[in-house]
Design a binder for this molecule. Structure first.
Ligand SMILES: [Zn+2]
Length: 235
């Protein structure tokens, strides 16, 4: 299990792109986007990606006149822009309204087993798993479904798991206006399971503890209630 500091210290400055990809390292908490990332409309992006994906399939020798294949480039392009990578666009960030914590619930609130589908940015194959998040209200609460929506927003990007974990934590802190946030991401990477080393048993767990969750008592309670087992909290 890696701490935020360890995750952030793993900078790939002296590694080649191949090494970065194989080691699944990343360079920043923010998704690396160009300034002109949204200069094209979604429709323009879909048209462009359709052409490029057509060319990829064509290069592989596939017969794009075949009835089964001819719709694929457009289908993939639409899926990229409108669904699985829609979280790249800040316009799609879920609005979160804060409510008064009227019933004075001041213990931790855990939303566990949130279904995760994301995409490895080194191989463009799925990362599948679950996310547990917790927060302690500082006088405000947000709707439970907003927590899921926020997780899905950051998941719908080409990602590495460490960055995804930190982005979810930062997004929650911003939405809740509280530092007392914890996140666990427990996932399987298909680039590890279905190709390369082909290990179908290994999973990757990343964590982010902030504020009160850095205290042993809070951390232990969160881990116990999410069924994450007894984990050495000296990490
Ligand atoms: Zn990968």
């Amino acid at each position: 299990m890696k701490t935020n500091e360890e995750l952030l210290s793993v900078l790939p400055s002296v590694l080649s792109p191949d090494e970065i990809g194989d080691e699944h390292l990343y360079s920043s908490v923010a998704t690396p986007l160009r300034d002109d990332a949204f200069a094209l409309s979604d429709e323009e992006k879909i048209a462009k990606i359709t052409d490029h994906f057509h060319e990829i399939m064509n290069t592989l020798g596939l017969d794009l006149t075949d009835d089964s294949l001819k719709g694929t480039p457009h289908r993939v392009a639409k899926m990229y822009v409108q669904e699985i990578f829609s979280g790249l666009n800040p316009a799609n960030k879920p609005a979160s309204r804060l409510f008064e914590n009227g019933y004075r619930y001041d213990e931790m609130l855990i939303e566990k087993n949130i279904t995760l589908f994301s995409w490895c940015e080194h191989h463009f194959v799925p990362i599948i798993g679950k996310v547990h998040v917790a927060y302690i209200s500082n006088g405000h609460v947000i709707g439970l479904s907003k927590i899921n929506r926020l997780v899905q927003y950051y998941a719908k990007r080409p990602q590495v798991q460490e960055r995804l974990t930190l982005q979810i934590a930062e997004g929650l802190k911003e939405a809740l206006q509280s530092e007392d946030v914890a996140v666990i991401v427990d996932a399987v990477h298909l680039c590890v399971a279905s190709r390369g080393i082909r290990d179908t048993n290994s999973g990757t767990v990343t964590v982010s503890y902030s504020g009160k969750f850095r205290q042993e008592k809070c951390k232990a309670e969160f881990l116990a209630l999410t069924g994450s087992g007894r984990i050495d909290t000296h990490c």
